[in-house]
Design a protein around this ligand. Sequence first.
Ligand code: AMP
Length: 459
Amino acid sequence: MTTFNDFGLHADINRALAAKDYTIPTPIQVQAIPPLMKGRDLCGIAQTGTGKTAGFSLPSIHHLLTYPHRATPRGCRMLVLAPTRELAAQIAQSCRDYGRFTKLSVSTVFGGVPINKQIRDLAKGVDILVATPGRLLDLIDQRALRLDDVEIFVLDEADQMMDMGFIHSLRRVAKLLPSRRQNLFFSATMPKEIAGLADQFLNDPVTVSVAPQATTAEKVRQQITFVEQKEKQALLHHVLKTEDIDRALIFTRTKHGADRVVRHLAGAGIQAYAIHGNKSQAQRTTALQAFRSGQVRLLVATDIAARGIDVSGVSHVINFEIPNVPEQYVHRIGRTARAGAEGIAISFVAPDEKAYLRDIERVTRTRAEPVKLPDGFSEMVRNLPKPAQPPRNTGGKGRDPQRQREDAQRQRDGGKPRGDRGPRHEAAPAADGQGQRKRRFRPRRGGVGAHKGAVTRVG
Ligand code: AMP
């Protein structure tokens, strides 16, 4: 069995690993670390939760320590691009943890927070920079950052980047990078278009793959219940009452849908937080911390906001609405059953979602176990407590006029990710990719590639 000592990593890294109690590398780490230590490019097909962050950051930190030199002013030696601020913050934290016995500097830049502090942070140059694409380009445009000294470039969650319409930003970044560099490319799925993108970045890569989709899906106990859309809330209350839930992630397709679920739960005295692109960074951080610490057991999320979030002990994933892209389903249920733990995924399927369900079954090559509506369900629907009043800023009546103006503008812009248009709130709207999908949810055959606009789903 391989242990971390077998890799020949720098002693300061091994100390950090010991401090974190890591002894046995995960499969992706076993496959990825040796070729990365040799300077090879890497194409990794892996989801969050597999240990891929350590897989790419440990050998990179080793390289930075083995060839020590100062980063040039406004430059960085290693650049990691991630699709969302949550994921960027999480990767930066991992790099800080693994590099805690070194002097390496780690900075994070993403939209939705003031840019000036980020400009100041970058002035002297940093060793490791973790960024979302829109804010990265804003900083480059403001001459606060240059990429000509990047030695290691990591593109994480490439499929998600494409979904969020970051393709043009990525092409721009590619042109700004120096030609001599090591490239690492990660994606949970590898449809043709993503493989094409990988080709643009990678040079004779080693390809490693862990937990193919079907395997991930098979580890999770999957259930489905057919239910009318308007009765889903009652079903949710029933599930929350009867299931033995440690922590549940509840997925909705839209941001307003997420807020609605939270209000309905609040009406029944059940505490839950929502996390999506319309929430401020502070609200998102608070929600995530409360969920992580166990202070709140229920987190209602849209797909993109939840991507890359690593919370252990999620016993249930509840698909309040099922996604119209099968890969998204795989991402969702991958939030549970981490590290061999038992996980349950429960999907509420409305009549017009059945076509999506078929797509999901085809891609995952699994079939969920059907669970009937509970006895006395119509009674439960009738007795459902009224939702709490919508607070300001969360949609519906009394909605923040500023937010309404921004949404209207986004509609006119064709839903281009804000991060690519200007410095404000970059990952926020893109982080849900829903701003432009105002039209009603209708099943289409071949759900993949069904939506258009900024959410250029190319797979
Ligand atoms: P990642 O997929 O990189 O987000 O990692 C998922 C989780 O596994 C994180 O909480 C890591 O801290 C943890 N982890 C990564 N590698 C190991 C390892 N070799 N042993 C124990 N935990 C690990």
